[in-house]
Design a protein around this ligand. Structure first.
Ligand SMILES: NC(=O)c1ccc[n+]([C@@H]2O[C@H](COP(=O)([O-])OP(=O)(O)OC[C@H]3O[C@@H](n4cnc5c(N)ncnc54)[C@H](O)[C@@H]3O)[C@@H](O)[C@H]2O)c1
Length: 243
């Protein structure tokens, strides 16, 4: 990295993958603005709202006077069959997983252009490429965000901005760990068997990805060596989509 400090905004940075990305980028010498609706972060913001996304970008400008990278990571899941899927949960998931990345890109764009080598990374999912039952909102929003980064890649090319979606399979975060415990109880199975036979059933490689592995991929995408990765998803799905 050059002598000049570079600034990254990380959404959903209080937990799991976002916390790992924020920590890794700080170690790599980035100034990080951590944003979340809860927890110990620089900016508390509800990113399902327009004001929340605008406040987050404004905070980067106010605190550091620049913004070079946006990592749109905040997310949550809701599992329900289509005929019972709560309409409010659909709205909230689309707002956070698809509209927030759009708004962050929209508001950050002038800063990314000024940066000269701006980076936009969405933490999508293997569910941006394949579906699973009972996850209508999550799968739809994750497919949508891959379309968004393709568009940003085309618009950003002339400004040196790259846009990428990282697509992991299951990652060991609080979100998944609580599912393992719940499913073990529901199926009457030990947790190791739930992991292999229920949660990781679609993955040829039967292990969870660690949050630090996703953070390493993001660090690479943000590095000068990562600049060729634009407009295409970076898939780290342990063989899932090869089936
Ligand atoms: N864990 C996995 O297996 C996995 C796999 C693929 C993709 N992902 C994606 O990675 C991202 C991070 O997931 P995670 O597993 O680290 O989950 P997590 O629950 O550990 O972290 C998500 C963070 O998002 C924040 N958040 C929720 N609603 C928000 C809102 N309205 N405004 C601002 N922040 C909000 C939460 O407070 C939390 O800190 C998500 O987009 C998720 O879809 C996760």
């Amino acid at each position: 990295m050059s002598d000049e400090r570079r600034v990254a905004l990380v959404s959903g940075a209080a937990s799991g993958i976002g916390a790992a990305i924020a920590a890794r980028l700080s170690r790599d010498g980035w100034d990080v603005l951590s944003v979340d609706v809860q927890g110990d972060v620089d900016v508390r913001s509800d990113l399902t709202t327009r004001a929340g996304n605008r406040d987050a970008v404004n905070a980067a400008e106010e605190r550091f006077g620049r913004l070079d990278a946006v990592i749109a990571n905040a997310g949550f899941q809701h599992v329900a069959p289509i005929e019972e899927f709560p309409e409010d949960r659909w709205d909230a998931i689309v707002a956070l997983l698809l509209t927030s990345p759009f708004l962050l890109a929209r508001y950050a764009w002038p800063h990314l252009v000024r940066s000269g080598s701006g980076r936009f990374v969405a933490i999508a999912s293997v569910h941006g490429l394949v579906a699973s039952p009972y996850k209508a909102a999550y799968v739809s929003a994750k497919h949508g965000v891959i379309g968004l980064v393709k568009t940003l890649a085309l618009e950003g090319a002339e400004h040196g901005i790259s846009a990428t979606a990282v697509c992991p399979a299951y990652v060991r975060t609080p979100l998944i760990e609580s599912q393992i415990a719940d499913q073990a109880k529901a199926h009457g199975l030990p947790e190791e068997r739930v992991l292999e036979e229920v949660i990781l059933a679609s993955q040829p490689v039967k292990r969870l990805i660690e949050p630090d592995e996703v953070a390493s991929a993001v660090a690479y995408l943000l590095s000068p060596d990562g600049r060729a990765f634009t407009g295409a998803p970076l898939i780290m799905d342990q063989g899932w989509s090869a089936r």
